[in-house]
Design a protein around this ligand. Sequence first.
Ligand code: NAP
Length: 285
Amino acid sequence: MAEIIDGKAIAKRVRAEVRERALGLAERQGRAPGLHVVLVGEDPASQVYVRNKERAAGKAGIEGKVHRLPEDTAEPALLALIEELNQDVTVDGILVQLPLPGSLDSARVVRAIDPAKDVDGLHPVNAGELMLDGSGLTPCTPTGCMKLIQETGCSLEGRRALVLGRSQLVGKPVAMMLLRQNATVTMAHSRTQDLDARVREADVVIAAVGRPKLVRGEWIKNGAVVIDVGINREPDGTLVGDVDFEAASERASHITPVPGGVGPMTIAMLLDNTVKAAEGRERTR
Ligand code: NAP
């Protein structure tokens, strides 16, 4: 039976450690690190995410501020706000809540953020740094996945890792992070053939697809580490991951639950990135 990786408990530890660093910064600088979140429109899920980020920031000794803009905000106005935040010395982290309303070009908006304040790690400069040497701010969910693997104590060196999904947000960056840890990485996506065979040979499986129970328990190699990023709602309202948790638990050595696995790590790593950004800016002053 697999050991369940308790993302909630690990995230709590990360947040406590982040808080210590945030308090240290506040003492040295005379102000708490500042995280500014930009929310455009009224999307209910985004509103919940943003509220959670603001609350979590406060608890971690970070000054969280939300800029709420109307749905019909024109791109120049949004870009002007980002430029203002880029210039503001009290702003350490900037996050634009995605998805943006259809009239706005997310890629252009993300590129407008100062890479040193890009706490979502999505700016092309940060994506490039990850590719080159791993410096720079890295996307929160993949960073959280790596922290969970690290907590299992299992080494990635020379092991076969399979990433399901190739999004810019999760799949691609996590594959790069696994490679940096000397795993032998395979990436699967919607055109991959014989997915079950790829899963069967993997020592580490990271599923980031968004399809309930796509990965069957009998596909999991005995002793594999399974990190399930997927969040899917079943018709009866329950949340499930991309992996059939019950069946996979029979074979895996370690597995994340959904909810309570990767999810809590995402906000914890956002707070960590905010303090990292503040520490980085402190060093360059
Ligand atoms: P995404 O942008 O929709 O990407 C999904 C990826 O899955 C694509 O690369 C797609 O391939 C691939 N895919 C689709 N069907 C597949 C199949 N049958 N076999 C293998 N791969 C397949 O999604 P995302 O933003 O990466 O998110 C993935 C999941 O993680 C979602 O459930 C999302 O809600 C969840 N998520 C959770 C957190 C968290 O904090 N826990 C954070 C972010 C995302 P193609 O590229 O070929 O289309």
